[in-house]
Design a protein around this ligand. Sequence first.
Ligand SMILES: *Cc1c(COP(=O)(O)O)cnc(C)c1O
Length: 401
Amino acid sequence: MEDFNAANEIQDLQYFGEFGGVNPSISDSSTYTFLSAKTMFDTFEGNGEGCYLYSRHSSPMNVYLAQALAKMENTAAANVTSSGMGAITTVLLQLCKSGDHIISSRTIYGGTYAFLKNFLPPFQIETTFLDIDDFEALENSIRPNTKILYCESVSNPLLRVADLRRLSTLCKKYKLKLIVDNTFSPLSISPIRLGADIVIHSLTKFINGSSDSVGGVYCASQEFIDETKNVNSGACMLLGPTMDSLRSASILKNLRTLHIRMKQHSCNALYLAERFEQDGLKVSYPGLISHPNHELMKSIMHEAYGFGGLMTVDVETTERANELMELMQAENLGYLAVSLGFYKTLFSCSGSSTSSEIPEEERLAMGISDGLIRFSIGLDDDIERTYRKMRACMQKVGILK
Ligand SMILES: *Cc1c(COP(=O)(O)O)cnc(C)c1O
């Protein structure tokens, strides 16, 4: 994977503002004028090269941000949306019509799971949920009407890593689209380089990184992006999950420091994961040799950005998890909050929060125990000090001696 560096791709993109500003100017308009009526007609028809029409379709700042994210994911094009779910639902609804079938990893973001499981079936779009590393089951469940194989590169919350190369081979054999949600591993995993067709991110997490914005993106071929924006049949154009220009300007500026933040998140998470594992806790982190996908992750990641900022600790019961999280928050070690990718450590109990859409029985079968705490490790400068303070909390609630 040495030949591609996503951070360099972003860095090489240079945008200037209208007056020579070092940041691009924000175009604060919902609609655009045309010098001739003919050009307006052509733009409606999708032939208005470089023309803006109406900001639900396209706007200059959104195009800047989308271009940067397309560079990052090594695709020809991208489109930004008002949320990660806005990107996921756009992609799925563009590709699937009534009667189609989807195969999905069963360890996915709770909102995506609920969309596939509850929202799509009334439209006659069915999903089979499987373990993404059970290749025999995956192949056996492919039907003539299967259109999509959907997974997360690093899954939520269990941090299982998808073997994207092998999944891509399977998809090519059966002409399925491989769609990968790469929210947990920006820069460190490049799904397109491993054979994915479409890559999705919730920009709300690491990419924006300041927990002040909600946003999403899908990165794909120019043809697919154009389809989703078609005025007659495009899922994004017609469902309308448009990102606001002011937001995209803000996210683009934060994207500029993503590489530094990812390194620090990963470095801190690896440190804590190693120390807590040595202390005898049930820690899951792809950077640990004990993690079932450690070697796989090493074989697909760009090493400089590390194994990511998320880790889980299983303290067995919800009561213990809650007690520990409340204490850590009181000690200012982080916040009891969902989401991830913030400067501050965030922790939540997955079973009762971000994965609560998944029925209890299925959750336990997946390995999401009631006491599983997901940590999104922050950018702490002195992680050794954080470790000592966290360990003291664990001792106080009886998780460690
Ligand atoms: C948060 C998240 C989403 C949804 O993104 P929103 O921006 O909240 O709509 C999708 N996938 C993953 C992996 C996420 O963590």
